[in-house]
Design a protein around this ligand. Structure first.
Ligand code: CP
Length: 363
């Protein structure tokens, strides 16, 4: 079935269609109140969540459907060692669509390959968070009236912050978007996003460690939390956790029309004193997430009814290269083939289809 694993699974036209449906839902909720009558959404959350899980559940309920699921791995049979592939087959017997969050990169893709219902990636490790990006796009569109001709500053943990990876992938497809990457040296954007998204798409970008210097040029400031749960060293987290704190004094350096987004939860990277600034859009962003998830559920269920399938991967290498990323689902899932796709044939560069780790195949 067609699923949403990575934001680039959808064309720009499809993103536009989702934006328009979400706006219509927010203005005319009664039109959609029975659209999913008799349908069930399963929420499979192997990691903590407030917004994503509850907005998915609210979305399905507001579409007239029902919800089943679990909110932690320990209350599912994953605790007994059940694989992702088997879990996805089981859920396909009980629900019409599923949303999965998992700490391992690529887990929702493994689920999508086994399931006979659409799978939505609700966040996989430090990799992607495409439905957060849907919320981000709707927020930028509603707040600023466009998704092009923007300077977007991404600030904080750009290494592990999966929301930033998905947002940059999405924004790379709109004209004249410049990205300002604001991060400590240790938490810079991964090279695969920099080279294969920013540079491949000819996107204008700069890297800096200074939030104060970057703010005056920004249309959107996308703040992120330092992702404590992804650090191998607690001391390293402690050293970096207060790298950036947005305060009213720093907001004063920004344009009057700048908007501040944050996927939330925040820890201390945005002072609560900023919340009353009309440019602080992060709580409106969370509400937009519900409308976009409603639009997404409608789209994927419609396509499932029509029998639309996932795009084929094309030519791949199976069990020729080995993924060494300990955060990849290949490190834990039973008997999972290691599959790589060539991204640069002249240099023999391949990417793991689950976590996008790079491997070079010697000629
Ligand atoms: N933005 C986001 O993913 O929030 P939760 O972790 O609360 O779902």
């Amino acid at each position: 079935m067609r699923s949403l694993i990575d934001i680039v699974d959808f064309t720009v036209e499809e993103l536009d269609e989702l934006l328009h449906t979400a706006c219509d839902i927010s203005e005319n909720p009664e039109k959609y109140a029975d659209c999913c009558k008799g349908k069930k959404l399963a929420t499979l959350f192997f990691e903590p969540s407030t917004r994503t899980r509850l907005s998915f559940e609210a979305a399905m309920l507001e579409l007239g459907g029902n919800v089943i699921g679990f909110s932690e791995a320990s209350s599912s049979s994953a605790a007994k060692g059940e694989s992702i592939a088997d879990t996805a087959k089981m859920i396909s017997c009980y629900a019409d669509i599923m949303a999965m969050r998992h700490p391992k990169e690529g887990a929702p893709y493994v689920a999508a390959k086994s399931a006979s219902i659409p799978v939505i990636n609700a966040g996989d490790g430090g990799h992607c968070h495409p439905t957060q990006t849907l919320a981000d796009l709707l927020t930028i569109y509603r707040e600023l009236g466009r998704l092009d001709h923007l300077t977007v500053g991404c600030c904080g943990d750009l290494k592990y912050g999966r929301t930033v990876h998905s947002l940059i992938s999405a924004m790379s497809r709109y004209p004249n978007v410049k990205v300002v990457l604001i991060a400590p040296e240790e938490l810079r954007l991964p090279k695969y996003v920099k080279y294969e998204v920013l540079e491949k798409n000819g996107m204008d970008y700069v890297e800096t460690t200074s939030l104060e210097e970057a703010i005056p040029q920004l249309d959107v400031l996308y703040m992120t939390r330092i992702q404590r749960e992804r650090f191998d060293s607690f001391d390293e987290y402690e050293r970096l956790k207060d790298s950036y704190v947005l305060t009213p004094e720093k907001m004063a350096l920004g344009k009057p029309e700048m908007r501040v987004l944050h996927p939330l939860p925040r820890v201390n990277e945005i002072s609560v004193k900023v919340d009353d600034d009309p440019r602080a859009a992060y709580f409106r962003q969370a509400l937009n997430g519900k409308y976009m998830r409603m639009a997404l559920i409608l789209k994927l269920l419609k396509e499932a009814k029509e029998g639309r399938q996932m795009e084929s991967l094309g030519e791949v290498l199976t069990n020729v290269l080995h993924c060494d990323n300990p955060r990849c689902i290949t490190s834990t899932e039973q008997e999972l083939d290691h599959i790589f796709k060539c991204v640069d044939s002249s240099r023999g560069i391949h990417r793991c289809i689950y976590c996008e780790s790079k491997k070079v195949q010697q000629a």
